[in-house]
Design a binder for this molecule. Sequence first.
Ligand SMILES: [Zn+2]
Ligand SMILES: [Zn+2]
Ligand SMILES: [Zn+2]
Length: 250
Amino acid sequence: MTRLTFLGTGTSTGIPLIGCGCPTCQSSDPHDKRLRASVLIETATETLLIDAGPDLRQQLLRHPVQQIDGVLLTHEHYDHIGGLDDIRPFGSIDVYAEANVLSSIQRNMPYCFAKHQYPGIPKLRLHTITTSGFTIGTTRIQPVRAMHARLAVLGFRVGKVAYLTDVKTIPEESMPLLQDLDILVLNALRHEHHIAHLSLDEAVQLANRIGARQTFFTHFSHDIGKHKIVSLILQENQFLAYDGLTLQLD
Ligand SMILES: [Zn+2]
Ligand SMILES: [Zn+2]
Ligand SMILES: [Zn+2]
């Protein structure tokens, strides 16, 4: 059994955007309220968090978990790591990311790594990963290299689920890792082109090429439009994810 829960499906600003009067930001539909992108993956034995953005506290109050066996980080942008301090109630936490991401955390949160530490600070146990597969408890994790414009980022595959966000392109050598997926999660910022993120059209094309049984798009800006309206233009096995959506796989 694997369960995937979308804790947030918004881009770095979230939706609504502070001070914005556009129809999407003004929408009363809960599907149009999007916290910063993050997912929880629960297997029979492990609970894993992918990314820890600035809304993490609010997200884990909505979806309380007893333990987190690992935090996997896709890249060092603030909307993906800015909530790491909120893991304080868990005490020690194992964080898995590439070396450049871990050094960015050490630079931004020096108090967590100081010789004399304040009581109550989160104890981050940093684990350097590469594109090689690794294991947390009994859960096998396969990192997947992707490019966020010129920044190398990681997506993660767990069983037949893959989560890739802040992707503009996926190098050919990563494509074999994305075969035979039940669920692909892929970012789709908005309809218009963006230098570092897939647009919805580009994401649909890439999703069709990967050919997962179902694809869920995430990491939206308010320019994507209203969830209910945009959902109508997607083909039958592709969906816009929304905050709180849980998918269960056998
Ligand atoms: Zn807006
Ligand atoms: Zn990013
Ligand atoms: Zn982002």
